[in-house]
Design a protein around this ligand. Structure first.
Ligand SMILES: Nc1nc(=O)c2c([nH]1)NC[C@@H]1CN(c3ccc(C(=O)N[C@@H](CCC(=O)O)C(=O)O)cc3)C=[N+]21
Ligand SMILES: [Mg+2]
Length: 286
C-alpha cells in the first residue's frame, strides 16, 4: 500500500490565507491582533520555532512582538514582563517559549499568563475548559492534528485511536480532542507493557514522545492513519519524527511527514488562537 502524505504545509497555508482575510476585516473594525512571544535563553531549536511564528504573523497581518531575554533572567523579572504584557491592551496573545532554562519555574509562568491571552492554552483554567469541552482556545499542536485529520476527510468517530505520549502539552489534550470526536482512545507511555501491540490496534496512531523513530513498521496496522508529532534533531542535523517514516508508510493509508506535517499546523493554530484572542479581548468578554 502506498500511503497518502498528509501535507501539513499546504493545509496550514490555506488556513493562514483565510486568517489573513479575517485579520484585514477585523482591522477595519479597529481590532488589531498582536502576539507577544517571550523567549528566554538561546536554545537554537526554540529560535527556529520563534522565527517561524514571526513569519506566520507577518503573513497573516498579525503584529508580532518578540521579547528575547538572557538565560540569566530571574523568575521575578520574567513574571514582571508577563504582568506587563497581561495589562497591555494592545497585546492580544502571549506565548512564553518552553522549555525554560534551568532554574525558572515553568508552572509559575504558565499560571501567570492571563487565561484570556493564553494562546498556547496551557493555563489550568483553559486546560480545565478543554476537558469539559467548552473552550476558547485549544492547544496548538493537538488542534493542528485535528484540523489536518478533518481536512483529509478522516472521520474519527468510532475509530480506535492510540496516542503515544502523555505530556500536558500534547499527549493528554490530544487524547481529549480525539475523545470529543467520539474516538475510542488509548494513551500509551513509557510504562506501557507491549507498546507495539497497542499501536498495532490503532486505526489512528499519534506519536508524541520525542524519541527518534520509536514507532517502527511493526507498530502500524495495515491501513492506519499515522500522525507524527515528534521533531527530533539528530547529531547530523537531520530532522526526524517519532515514527520511522518509510517503514510506517509501507503499511499506513495516510501519514504525516516531518518536516512539513504537524509543525506547520501548530503554527497555523497559534495564528488562529491569536485572532480569536483579539476578538474576545475587544468585546469586553474577558
Ligand atoms: N510555549 C510554547 N508553545 C509552543 O507551541 C511550542 C513551545 N513552547 N516550544 C517548542 C514547541 C515546538 N513547536 C514547534 C513549532 C513549529 C514548528 C515548525 O515550524 N516545524 C516545521 C519546520 C521545522 C524545522 O525546520 O526545524 C515543520 O515541521 O515542517 C515545530 C515545532 C512549538 N512549540
Ligand atoms: Mg512536521
Amino acid at each position: 500500500m502506498s500511503a497518502k502524505i498528509l501535507d501539513g504545509k499546504a493545509v496550514s497555508q490555506r488556513i493562514k490565507t483565510e486568517l489573513k482575510a479575517e485579520v484585514e476585516k477585523l482591522k477595519q473594525t479597529g481590532i488589531k491582533p498582536a502576539l507577544a512571544v517571550v523567549i528566554v535563553g538561546d536554545d537554537p531549536a526554540s529560535k527556529i520555532y520563534v522565527r517561524n511564528k514571526k513569519l506566520a504573523c507577518e503573513f497573516c497581518g498579525i503584529k508580532s512582538l518578540e521579547f528575547a531575554l538572557p538565560a540569566e533572567t530571574t523568575q521575578k523579572e520574567l513574571l514582571a514582563l508577563i504582568e506587563r504584557l497581561n495589562n497591555d491592551n494592545t497585546i492580544s496573545g502571549i506565548l512564553c517559549q518552553l522549555p525554560l532554562p534551568e532554574g525558572l519555574d515553568e508552572e509559575a509562568v504558565i499560571n501567570a499568563i492571563s487565561p484570556a491571552k493564553d494562546v498556547d492554552a496551557f493555563h489550568p483554567s483553559n486546560v480545565g475548559k478543554i476537558m469539559i469541552g467548552n473552550f476558547d482556545f485549544l492547544p496548538c499542536t493537538p488542534a493542528g492534528v485535528m484540523e489536518l485529520i478533518a481536512e483529509s476527510g478522516i472521520d474519527v468517530s468510532g475509530k480506535k485511536c492510540v496516542v503515544v505520549g502523555r505530556s500536558n502539552i500534547v499527549g493528554k489534550p490530544m487524547s481529549m480532542l480525539l475523545l470529543h470526536k467520539n474516538g475510542t482512545v488509548t494513551i500509551c507511555h513509557s510504562r506501557t507493557k507491549d507498546l507495539a501491540k497497542e499501536c498495532r490496534e490503532a486505526d489512528i496512531l499519534v506519536a508524541a514522545v520525542g524519541v527518534p523513530e520509536l514507532i517502527r513498521g511493526d507498530c502500524v496496522k495495515e491501513g492506519a492513519v499515522v500522525i507524527d508529532v515528534g521533531m527530533n534533531r539528530l547529531e547530523n542535523k537531520k530532522l526526524v519524527g517519532d515514527v520511522a517514516f518509510s517503514e510506517a508508510a509501507e503499511k499506513a493509508a495516510a501519514i504525516t511527514p516531518v518536516p512539513g506535517g504537524v509543525g506547520p499546523m501548530t503554527i497555523a493554530m497559534l495564528m488562529k488562537n491569536t485572532v480569536k484572542a483579539a476578538v474576545l479581548n475587544s468585546t469586553g468578554k474577558n
